[in-house]
Every structure is written in structure tokens, then in C-alpha cells.
Design a protein around this ligand. Sequence first.
Ligand SMILES: Nc1ncnc2c1ncn2[C@@H]1O[C@H](COP(=O)(O)OP(=O)(O)OP(=O)(O)O)[C@@H](O)[C@H]1O
Length: 848
Amino acid sequence: MVDRAAVIAAEQQAVDYAYTCYERRFRENREKLKPNQTTDSHAGTDFIPEAAPEILREDDLGGEALVVARVDVVEDGAERTWYIGRRLVRDPDFEPVVINWQSPQAKDWLLRPPNKAKEITLRRRLRCDGRTVRDYQDEIGTEPVKPERLRDFLLEDLERARDGTMRDIVETIQREQLLLVSDTPRGVMIVQGGPGTGKTAVGLHRISWLLYNKHFRTQDVLVVGPHRRFLTYVRDVLPRLGTRGVVPVETSRLWDKPRGSDPLPARAVKADARMAAVLERAVRNLGGTRALARIARDGKFGFDFEGSVISLPRTELESLLNAEDAPGPYLTRRRWFGTQVVNRLAKAAAEARPGRPDPRIRARIERHPQVARLMNVLWPNVSPEAVLRKLLDDPDTLRAAADGILTEEEQRAIHRPQAARMADEPWSLEDLICLEELRVLISGDGPQRYRHIVVDEAQDLTPMQARALARRCPSGSMTILGDLAQTTGVHRYADWAELAGLLSGEEGWHLEELTIGYRVPREVMEFARPLGAAVSPGTAAPRSIRPGGDGVLRIAAADHAERVAEAVARAFEILGKEAHSRRSVTLIVPDALAEQTRQAVSAVGGKRLPLVIAAPDAKGLEFDHVVVVEPAMIAQQEPSGLGQLYVAITRCTQSLTIVHADPIPAELMPSAAPEESAAPEEAEEDTVTPVPVVDADAADQAAADHTAGFQPFISALEQTVREERRCHVHEEVRFSLLAELHRAQLTPVSHSPTADILCETPAGTVLYEVLGKGETTYARLREAVLRIMEVQYAEGQPADQRFLVLPSAPADPWSVDVLSEAFDVSVIWRTADGWEGPQVGIALGGSV
Ligand SMILES: Nc1ncnc2c1ncn2[C@@H]1O[C@H](COP(=O)(O)OP(=O)(O)OP(=O)(O)O)[C@@H](O)[C@H]1O
């Protein structure tokens, strides 16, 4: 029988020694820095060991324990003891006393499953209050505890009151979390996890991990999140992990301060990735061949130059304008075009006046007002602001850029008469993101670049924001944290592939999942599950490890006049029961009831008041007890009420109370809702039938087994599809067809990462594979047929009809019949007036 007290006493000695060394280093460094070196940071860092900035702060552990684990390892035949903690600590001989949790060695030891850890003779988790060892658990050792008991440390940790103070999770970090924290930074890692699965915590520890292991320098990493909790978390907790200098940014702050805001329909359109195609075409529509008639009336452009007429044939100008291969952004191509025009005119001028060459003739032609006019008409010098202003203001300009990409209704939604002066334009956040996109198209000036980006609550990024982030990180190295079921933004992603397609670069992306819930009690999570599924059908809710108990979930009905008073009374009642704890109580309310609830809380008054939070502001927050008022009203809030409601009911660590007068939304209580049609007369408590707990483990495992083998194939396919979608002609054809299908009152799906378009039509499910510029030969079509077969395989079921969609008529006309007979794949192509092809009627939504 192990004498636990003796073990704790021995560990206490080791921990004391670690603190002695830790503090000695502070003392010594302080001495070394005296008297004037403290002011010279360079002199200081020359001789100070790593983590130099922390030497001047003795309290930077913020009261957290220095030592969290012990590992005994057999090295070269001898057993050696190591301690793992929040800092690297050395003894006076520079031998390590504590190694850092971020070090690869510590990671290896901490992650090793007991059956694969031959050289590890002991792995012991220490439970310390600061410098006092309180308890320990052996994961590997002579008397290993059962895994369930190892949870005790974690549960004890989770039981701490949520009083707003944020902590790291170094002591209790779980294997599935540490694996993600320490994953390679190549490509985009998407971490999907339900409420309270530790995504934010993982993101924070990952930043620390990446910087400690010198994958990046602090200034290479951009950390963005939409809410203050994450920003505060990063700012407050990272330094306690020894990671300094990371300045997180609120997502919207990546752009200037907006001067206005758009109504929701306009926001939705401007935030959509199709807007990028509209902007691209708007820039291409500037000047160009359509303006030629104005400048070259009689088949040529000419003017009197110093006594002789010089000219350029219209056909030549036309071919220069159409030289699509001229590289670079709009203004670079403008310069190229200008140079070509001036060269040709200079040659014409020289030919008109034979004799000695005149070296300055080019410069004089360049400055000639007629040349300036030509440039302004054919290739005007524009600013992003001018382009966007005209696009939004002028329906004709917008139509020319958006036809086939945005519906007429969508075009109307973003129409906005221009302000009297450019300086008065009420640029919204969405406009500012469009302006960034235009700036890149026009001048090539992009925003500051980073080598790694971390995004929290990424499900709320709009597609245009995602494009903007990808622009900031050309290497495509990102950590993306989010939960599709908690979407509250204007754009809802059907799956992560859609967002990943916008973010990722050459290194691709991979999806990881956190499946264990650490915040929300089991009963509450089960209650929330159907709502999460309604918001994002493909997303699994986490399995909560937090045991609930009596009173964890209460649903109280009240009449309309009383609902706020009832909710406030319940919040105070809970506060009363928690009078001797630091546990927090918060009312989460619909926007329309926020003021009334605040007043009701103030009217009751007292030393401790419950917090009142409007549902849209609850994202990312966590409280002990939560009272949610009138879920039906929250569910109806724009832009994504059900997402807001799911967030609201998954904030608590101890209990959830729901107070309602309107029926509870059917998505939340699928079976109970119909009975709740009438608001009861007086407050009464409903009984809640618990939802059966599904065996999430088995289901997750089966799904994982199924997809594991496919992953490389799917990734390669997605990569090819992404590349194809970079071709403007491809996208123009794709969006034209989409518009056609919408016109036929169908609902095509365009966001699949593998299928260009899928559409349910009267002829059944139709799969369209779009081809790009010049892809009309038989050889190319044959390859595309193979792609169609692969896409069908990836989508999991064959389509009823398959179409290749070409930008123009096939180069080998016989190929159409061959493909139809040999492979059962039809071909349609775009013409000047619409579409053609033997089965065009079916392709555009007709029946067989
Ligand atoms: N391994 C762990 N040990 C102790 N606490 C943990 C652990 N993992 C997560 N937690 C705690 O669980 C709570 C939820 O974590 P976090 O806020 O990171 O989750 P989330 O997935 O970002 O949630 P949401 O999506 O709802 O914002 C936090 O209090 C966090 O400290």
C-alpha cells in the first residue's frame, strides 16, 4: 500500500527546489542588470537566457502552479526523473529542473499511451495550489489509477466558479487537445468542436506552442476573434504561459472603422464570395473595347502631332486591349498598354518624319493631350473607392458586372445612391472588405502578410472576410476554430469545406474535431442537441463530461406581462442560493427585452446583481448559472436567431433556466413544442423529458473509419477543383449557369468543394462539371468525364444526369455524341445568345 502522504511530501520537496531555482534566476538576473543595463535592452538580452522578457516579472505565473507533472524515464540504462511545468527552470549548474510543457520532449511523454511507453516508468500528474502540492495521480506507474479516476483532477478543475477570470489548462489538458495544440503548422487546420469543447483554449495554447517551438516569430502570427473574451484571454493568459507580445485583433478591426452599415440583405450579398467575381468583372469592364468607338471613330485613332498626322488602327488597339495575358493588376496592365500605344505612335511619328532619330519623341507623345484622352477613355486611372461607388450607385454598371452572378433582386439589394462627395460615402464593413479586394485588383497593393493566422469563432467569418484572411497568409498556414452549429453571422456554411476552400493555399487543409464538452452539464447539452442539429445538420454535439443533477435544467412558463419579472426573480433566487460562492448568474435575453430586464434587475438591487446580456453578445462567454428569457424571440432575431439561441443555452456550467411566454421553438423541443401553443396564465415549471443519450463514440468512430481512406483522394480532388475555380472564365460560366437555374425556379447547390454545381431538377439530380478557358477539345472533355465520375464517387451517390458545361462550342463537334454514347455524359456550351447542346433543355431545368 502506497503511503500517499509520504509521496506528496517527497513531491513537495521537489517542487520547493524548483521554486528556489526559479526565483534564484530572477534574483541573479536582477543583479546582473544593475545598475544601468536595465535601460539597455540589447545589452540585457546578450547574456540573459531564453525567455528574457520574463526575468523582470516575478509574478508572471499569476498564482498558477510552476510544476504540473513528473515523468521518470529510463535513459541509457539509468532511471531519471523529470518535472514538467509552465516554465523551463535550471539549477545553478544549468541543468534543467523543470522542462517546459511546450517542449517536444514533454509533449512526447505526456501524449504517450501507457501501453506504448516502455521507457517511462512513472507518469504522475501533480495537483498543486501554487507552490503547495495537494494531490497526485499516476497515469503510468506501479499502481496506475483507472482512467475514470484520472478524470477527477479535471472535474475538480471544471468545478471552479466561473467568475470571469480566465485560466490556462496546462495542468489538465487532454490528449485530444494537446494533439491539436502541437499539430504541424502546415496548411489550414480546422478545429470543429461544439460548445465548451475547449476550442478557444486549444487556440490559445497552440499560439504559445508555435511560438515557443520557434515555428514563427511573434510578429509573424495574426490572431483574430470576434469577441472580447477571446482577445482578453489571449492578452491575459498567454503571458502566464511565458508567451509575450501577441496582440490579438477583433476581426472587424482588420479594416478601417466603418462609416455606415448596410441593411441585412445588402450585407448578405456583399459578404458572399460571388461579390469577388462581380468586382473582378467591374474592373475588367472599365474602359476597354466597348469604349473604342468613342476614340477610334473611322477605324483608327489619330491626331496631329507636331505637323504630321499619326495614327493607330482600331484593330491594333483592340488586340492590345484584349491581350488578356498581360500580367498583373489593372494599373500594371494599364502601364503596359500605355507603353505599347506610345511605342507604336512614336514609330509612326518617326516614319512620318524620316531623318535623324529624335530620342525625346516618346516623352512628348506620352504627354500629348490626345494620348492622355485615349488612356482615360480606354484604360482610365481609377481608385477602388471610385469603382465601388459607381458600381453601387449605377444599376447599368452593376448589371454589366453582376449579370449571371447576382440575381436582379440581389443587385437591387446592394444598390445605394452615391453620396454628394466621395468623402461622405457611408462605407460599411462589407464595403471596406470589397475595397480591399478592389485595391488588390487595381493596384496590387495587398494588406500586411503573416506566416500564420489563428481565428476563433471562424464559423462567423463571411466568405469575403475569409478571402481577405487568405490574402494575409499566402502560405495558407492557419488554425481555424469554430462550430458550425453556433453560426450567428450573415453567411451559413453548409460544411467546413466551403470555408476551407476560401482560406487554404497549396498546403491544403484538414478537419479535426473536439468531441468532449467541458463546460455544459450533460442534461443541458442533451436538451440543446436537437437545436444544434437544426442549425447545422452535419455537426455533432459534444458529449459532456460534466455530470448534472437535480435542477440543472428548468423550464418555466409565464405570461407575457410577467416573463421578465419571473426571469429576474429566478436569477436572484439562484444568486441567493450561491450567496457564499463566487458563482456567476447571468440573464441572456432577446435584444428587445434587454433594457426592460436591466431595469428590472436594478429595481431589485442588492450587493450582487445578475448580469444581463443580449443574446448576440453571449458568444464565447461562460457563466455558472444562466437564465434564458423567451427563446422564441431570440430564435427570430436576425441574422441567425437559431444559432444565437443555441449559443445562449450552452453558456452555463451549472444550471440553465428557461423562462418563456411564447411557445418554445420546435427546433429546441421537437416533441414538446406542439403542446405549448397557449401561454399559461401563471408561472409554472415544466417537466423536461431527457433526450436519450446516443452512443456518440461508436457513431463518430464509424464515420471516421469511413472517411479516413477517402481523405487523400478527396483532398486531391478538392485541390484540383479549387485550382479550376481560379480561372475567371470557368467561374463566369459556372455563375451564368447558376443564374439560369435560379431563373428556372430551381435551387442549385454551388458550394460543394468537389461538384461545380448540383441541382435537383424535374429530370432528377443533375451534376454539372464546368470547363474553363479554351477547354473544348475531345481530350480535355474526356478528362472532365473522369472528373465527373470521381465527383459522383466523392458525393456518395451517382447523379441522374451528368453534364459537361463548356465556355464555347466543342472544338471537335463529334465529341458530343461520343461522350453521350460511351459515357452517358451530355455536353452543353455557351453561345452569344444563351446555351446550346443536344440536351440543353434538361440541363437548364426541363424534364426528360
Ligand atoms: N482540459 C481542460 N481542463 C480544464 N478545463 C478545460 C479543459 N478544456 C476546456 N476546459 C474549460 O472548458 C471551458 C470551455 O472551453 P472553451 O471556452 O475553450 O470552449 P469553446 O469550445 O471555445 O466553447 P464555445 O464554442 O462555446 O465558445 C473553459 O472554461 C475551459 O477552461
